[in-house]
Design a protein around this ligand. Sequence first.
Ligand SMILES: [Zn+2]
Ligand SMILES: [Zn+2]
Length: 330
Amino acid sequence: MNPLYRFLLAFGLTLACLPACADPAPGSLDVHWNEGAADCTKAPQPPLQVHRYNAQTFILRESPCVTFEAPFMYLLIGSSRALLIDTGDVADPKQVPLAKTVMDLLPEIGDAKMPLIVVHTHGHLDHRAGDPQFQSLPHVQIVQTDLEHVKQYFGFTNWPNGVSRIELGDRAVDVLPTPGHYPSHVSYYDRNTALFFSGDFFLPGRLLIDDTEDDIRSAQRAADFIRDRPVSHVLGGHIELDAQGNTFDFGSNYHPNEHVLQLTKQDLLGLPAIVAQFNGFYTQDGMYVMLNQYRVLAAELAAFVVVVVALATLIWWYIRRRKRARLARA
Ligand SMILES: [Zn+2]
Ligand SMILES: [Zn+2]
């Protein structure tokens, strides 16, 4: 082959390969997350835990003692901008000084802090309650969580299809629509570290599914997206399982012997088959508990109404019987 053609071919292949073949920047997940406590008043612990995955990637978590949701947030720092994914469950900076902690982690460009974009995986309050802490800060942009804003900001013209991209300077993050848990849910893929941030769409805990068809399609879309890409870890919004795969009680401030945060590429590739089994109400497959919380709540409410009506009927019947017996005696 002509040496020029050979060079052009090799150059072209290298370019085509760049997003998928570059070695992901390594990082550490050697961390023990604060597990909360059975009695938080007797076991004081920091409200916010910060883990340095690598020099430009930080994982933050609100303590289970501050909020039973104990959500995770992720800070990715590029060469010109930084990205914060989610702002947690607590608005009050005195309770959780999220904005101060994040701003302290940002490098300076010139004599100002690096610009920050605050995005979310989705609009449930436990992922955006900290937004107000960032509102008045200079060089900070907050992306709202409703579907219209999400579509507009990321430039999705055929939601939920297509992949958008955020450029942070020498660091690109892909944005992938993953509705099902929430109508405007998105996941993020950091090309630099090959970390996939899955929010509440996929996590070691309860998979709350509001729209089954959307969720099945999102699982398939996510699996197709990562199939030919490196994935170092899949990081979700919460941990709700212990190391044996049993769910902690809902609302518990105590997470002893917690499951690790990270799931694997193989786990995410297996998600379409798991979600396909969901009956739209409650289904368990191994450690994955899938439920539609609104339907389960409605069923519990209906069961409660049935019990109340049955009890009222019983009491009415008993009173009537006693009244008749009294009349008969008279
Ligand atoms: Zn959620
Ligand atoms: Zn959540």
